[in-house]
Design a protein around this ligand. Structure first.
Ligand SMILES: [Zn+2]
Length: 320
């Protein structure tokens, strides 16, 4: 009983009680083993797929023992990767199992379907990864411009959350660090950025720019030999406390910035002195004429001269 996908029509159970062409739908939707497609319909511009978990065994998340006794079923609503530009909604029926381990505090648990979907997640793992990839390549606002045409319904906040969910790599060995503040929200909340001066890569981000926070971070990295910082006092005292063995230096950016500000001040003072000692400029004849009131008769005279000149220089009309 298979129909072509059209508006408001659906693939349904066949008369044998199973979805037709099981190999085809597994290939089309890349479903993992243990999941069967029950229906596929198109509603309100999106594909709605009903999946049924058929896994006979699941492992208890508390004790890890294999459970086979099924207690009940319940349904989860998920979002999946779009198909042919259409959003895909999944109605997933999963099994609940009894944990028969007497010592286990967990008596009932829901069957795990990793890596297809994480427990309690509202989207499939592959959609989660796709949003992460788009977010890393484009960012929050730009990411929405990419996901909308693709049929992925999300927003910039979700994209940013997916990026933040990525596991950060361990900091590793950083003998030379650069430290400076930056604003999470311009002029309001600030954090601290730490850069490996040898690789020019950001190694860590601290939630504030307090001396104690930076000093604690440096104290956990005894290999620090050099701290490149601004010329303020906070990071200098943080380095003195957290990494007293390290040599401190002003970084190139702040040195150049301070030099530029000093030069600007010096030149401004020099210019002000020069302007104060300059003699008043003599007014030109042109300026004097422009500042004189207009004589109406003079304007008419000049206009008539101008018109005569135009007529005199006009191209002659060629007679045929
Ligand atoms: Zn258990």
């Amino acid at each position: 009983m298979c129909d072509r996908i059209e508006n408001n029509c659906s693939f349904t159970f066949s008369s044998h009680g199973a979805f037709p062409y099981p190999d085809v739908h597994h290939s089309l939707f890349a479903l993992p083993s243990g999941l069967e497609m029950v229906t596929c319909s198109r509603q309100e511009g999106m594909l709605c797929v009903a999946l049924l978990s058929t896994q006979p065994v699941s492992h208890c998340p508390a004790c890890g023992s294999a459970a086979t006794r099924i207690r009940s079923r319940y349904q989860r609503r998920l979002t999946d990767l779009p198909s042919t530009g259409q959003p895909v909604r999944v109605l997933l029926t999963v099994r609940k199992f009894f944990c028969d381990m007497p010592t286990c505090p967990r008596k009932i648990f829901t069957g795990r379907l990793a890596p297809f979907v994480a427990p309690s997640a509202r989207m499939t793992a592959r959609l989660f990864q796709m949003i992460q990839i788009i977010g890393l390549a484009t960012g929050g606002r730009l990411g929405v411009r990419v996901t909308d045409p693709m049929g992925i319904q999300t927003n910039r906040h979700t994209i940013l959350r997916r990026i933040m969910a990525l596991h950060a790599e361990p900091v590793g060995h950083v003998p030379q660090i650069g430290i400076d503040d930056f604003s999470f929200k311009r002029g309001r909340t600030f954090g601290t950025l730490l850069v490996n001066m040898q690789t020019h890569q950001v190694v860590d981000v601290l939630a504030d720019r307090k001396v104690e926070t930076s000093a604690a971070w440096m104290a956990s990295h005894s290999e620090i030999e050099l701290v490149s910082r601004d010329r303020g006092g906070d990071y200098a005292s943080a380095a003195a406390t957290g990494a007293p063995q390290a040599v401190q230096c002003a970084d190139r950016f702040h040195s150049m910035k301070n030099l530029r500000e000093a030069l600007e001040g010096c030149l401004a003072r020099h210019l002000a002195t020069k302007r104060a000692t300059r003699k008043p400029k003599k007014q030109s004849t042109h300026t004097v004429l422009l500042s004189m009131p207009l004589d109406r008769s003079d304007v008419h005279r000049r206009l008539s001269i101008f018109n005569r000149r135009i007529e005199r220089n006009a191209w002659p009309v060629m007679s045929r």
